[in-house]
Design a protein around this ligand. Sequence first.
Ligand SMILES: Cc1cc2nc3c(=O)[nH]c(=O)nc-3n(C[C@H](O)[C@H](O)[C@H](O)COP(=O)(O)O)c2cc1C
Length: 364
Amino acid sequence: MSTTTALFSPTHLGAIEVSNRIAMAPLTRSRAGMDGVQTPLAVEYYRQRASAGLLIAEATNISRQGRGYAYTPGIYTDAQVSAWKAVTDAVHAAGGKIVMQLWHVGRMSHASLQEGGAAPVAPSALQAGGSVFTEQGFQPPSMPRALATDEIPGLIEDYRQAALRARAAGFDGVEVHAANGYLLEQFLRDSTNQRTDRYGGSIENRARLTLEVVEAVAGVWGADRVGLRLSPLSTAIGDTPLDSTPMQTHGYLAGRLSAMGLAYLHVVEGQMHSDNGADAFDIRALRAAFAGAYIANNSYDRQRALDATAQGRADMVAFGRAFIGNPDLVERLQHNRPLFDAPVAGYFGGGAEGYTQFTREQAA
Ligand SMILES: Cc1cc2nc3c(=O)[nH]c(=O)nc-3n(C[C@H](O)[C@H](O)[C@H](O)COP(=O)(O)O)c2cc1C
């Protein structure tokens, strides 16, 4: 296959057929209501980008407890389901495919975003760094409390309910968010997990929650419509220190997910928003441990995406920031047209400007 065609040819992720190898990475845009209900603007935003082979919708809170940022969407009320249904209908009408990213932030939250001002939950009572977006602006995350072992079944049930609601909302599948310093990654890394029960300690124990969540979600969807996102080398969110043996931990998880027949593994291949180049980690070995499809992400450009897909190093490449300012990214990459760099100021929050519309000078 010639280097220019692989990226633009169809493939499948488990049971999900896609028309090209370009995915839109999940992008939190913080434009939902405080009730987690998407607005008609989100319908337009996703519809505009439906020529991507796969849209991975922004991280979506599986429960009120799972929320860490104001104005992010949820999937735990009927109103949230109806609003998302309008999004998936529009994407499907435009010929696209869309999966929902299931999100629980764990310790990356603030008490003002929690029911009754409660402390956020985490594997262990360890303070996160960084900041979270609240109605009062950016604030440091609140000190979390450690989840009790007997709370874990309820947490897994929240994921299962979210998976059911995502199906009712018309998605093509779901992506379990086990990346970027959020709850499941907090369990995976020994830097953030100091538990002494069966969810802490050994690699098997630290991976247990993620695997139980995947099992519950796959019970709703079938494993061939479930993907999972990992970021083994990123500390970007919450200043989350790396695991002491990232290759072994993530390699073990990839092998177990492979045996479960998961549709795809989606990997942020380095420190988020830096160039890739992970010396201490063999991305190819991680990919080799997983039999399903592989979506590569992080600072890819056109040439690297062409190469990765032509060489079979990745089945798809997910672009994040490039999709913000270029709803027609697939067409632009196909014809090697210049890309527009959307202003960072419009990334989070606000209205149509910087979301579904850009001023003429900017978009030129
Ligand atoms: C505005 C913004 C919002 C993001 N929101 C999410 C998210 O909801 N879930 C997630 O897993 N990653 C999120 N990310 C990370 C992106 O999915 C992606 O991994 C990152 O931008 C690197 O890809 P890129 O170099 O193509 O932009 C976000 C990134 C940006 C810039």
